[in-house]
Design a binder for this molecule. Structure first.
Ligand code: PLP
Length: 427
């Protein structure tokens, strides 16, 4: 599909979606199909020949839409809303068009920097204390986008686990205890399983109508005291603002104080209700957030943003970094670090190669190839990454962009030769 076809089909796709929104109320909100319905309607294997867009639209109308539960329908009142907006959807289109894979700064500086800036904006809208901002006084805080609130809980639990284990020693894993209410989302239990917290050390504390299904401070304090006397190590409290069952709100100010007194990590899961706390009349529900180590909310629930976009802020991002960073060689770049590298046989579309240094300077092969990569990337004409194999610095040339033609490979080869020639002149 060339750019003009994209324009034509893109317009038709927008029309299709606009028509869908116009007629959304005409569909049964909950899909009425039976399990396995789709296999009866689709061929057993992928078609060999392409179909025209109209046929695809017809298939979507007849075969796919019946199997859709219409989350954006005005008649949808289940679970929690997962609201997008037409503005959000247009933003998704742009994002899909760019299709950036932003795993490190250099892979698109704007992606990383926009995330940091927008999360600071959102933190300010929520009136989060400055410690949660990347520009806050400590310089340690900041926000990061996760896929889901479940991921956010896992990420902070891992950070908290490693933080305490650095202090008490790895062998104490079996003693670590987590506290939450029986209304906490099951994501916490899953996170505990993944993090290796012993199942018997997850305290699911009872709530009832007398506390409006919020955690009782007495129950929490008693559980912590009893675990301490048993020689266990309380290390993590998860509070919820807006529980999944009944939108209950745990007493976060007081829980923060308890967490501080016992040196525990305090996470606030405001997956659903967090967005509402932007409104001044609801902000008081997160009073006391300054006592939390981490705070998360789902922009994809109630903030008119497409799934998936879960926002997590921490007061000290070094805990997350220490726990979750890996720094494989192929991700290092000018903005981070360089090391030396070797050549591997080509199997698929990845060519690993290096410039052979002049005979009088064999020792400097790594530096030479490092400089070559730098020069090539700085030209802005092509972009390569590198790796280290058997201790040698290797340039990686991975072909696979759908728009790449022969001429682009030839130009790349030219750029490489030009830069290598310039470099070798200095030897
Ligand atoms: N926490 C709360 C309070 C929730 O209500 C939910 C989902 O409804 C979650 C966590 C899990 O959210 P996610 O699906 O983004 O993992």
């Amino acid at each position: 599909m060339d750019a003009e076809q994209l324009r034509e089909y893109g317009h038709r796709m927008v029309d299709f979606i606009a028509d869908y929104y116009k007629s959304i109320e005409s569909f049964p909100v909950l899909s009425q199909v039976k399990p396995g319905y789709l296999a009866e309607l689709l061929p057993e294997s992928a078609p060999n020949d392409p179909e025209c867009l109209q046929d695809v639209f017809d298939d979507i109308l007849q075969k796919i839409i019946p199997g859709i539960t219409h989350w954006q329908s005005p008649d949808y009142f289940a679970y929690f809303p997962s609201n997008s907006s037409t503005a959000g959807f247009l933003g998704e289109m742009l994002s899909a068009g760019f299709n950036i894979v932003g795993f490190s700064w250099v892979t698109s500086p704007a992606a990383t920097e926009l995330e940091v800036i927008v999360l600071d904006w959102l933190a300010k809208m929520l009136k989060l204390p400055n410690q949660f901002l990347s520009t806050g006084p400590s310089g340690k805080g900041g926000g990061v986008i996760q896929g889901t609130a479940s991921e956010a809980i896992l990420v902070v639990l891992l950070a908290a686990r490693d933080k305490i284990l650095r202090k008490v020693g790895k062998k104490s894993l079996e003693k670590l205890v987590v506290y939450a209410s029986d209304q906490t989302h099951s994501a916490l239990q899953k996170a505990c399983q993944i993090a290796g917290i012993f199942p018997e050390n997850l305290r699911v504390l009872k709530t009832d109508l007398t506390s409006n299904y919020a955690l009782s401070l007495e129950v929490v304090s008693e559980a912590i005291s009893s675990d301490l006397s048993a020689g266990l190590i309380p290390f993590f409290i998860c509070a919820t603002v807006g529980t999944t069952s009944s939108a209950a709100v745990d007493p976060i100010s007081e829980l923060g104080k308890i967490a501080k007194a016992f040196n525990m990590w305090f996470h606030i899961d405001a997956a659903y209700a967090g967005s509402a706390c932007i409104c001044p009349e609801y902000r008081h529900y997160i009073d006391g957030v300054e006592g939390a180590d981490s705070f998360g909310m789902n922009a994809h629930k109630w903030f008119l943003t497409n799934f998936d976009c879960s926002v997590l802020w921490v007061q000290d991002r070094s805990d997350l970094i220490q726990s979750l960073s890996t720094n494989p060689e192929y991700l290092k770049n000018k903005a981070s670090l360089f090391f030396p590298s070797v050549v591997a046989p080509r199997t698929f579309s990845l060519v690993c190669f290096r410039l052979i240094p002049p005979p009088n300077d064999q020792d400097n092969g790594y530096k030479l190839n490092h400089s070559l990569l730098d020069a090539v990337n700085s030209s802005g004409k092509i972009f390569l990454s590198h790796t280290v194999l058997s201790g040698n610095f290797i340039l990686r040339f991975a072909v696979g962009a759908p728009l790449t033609e022969d001429r682009h490979i030839k130009t790349a080869w030219q750029v490489l030769q030009e830069q290598a020639t310039t470099l070798l002149k200095d030897y």
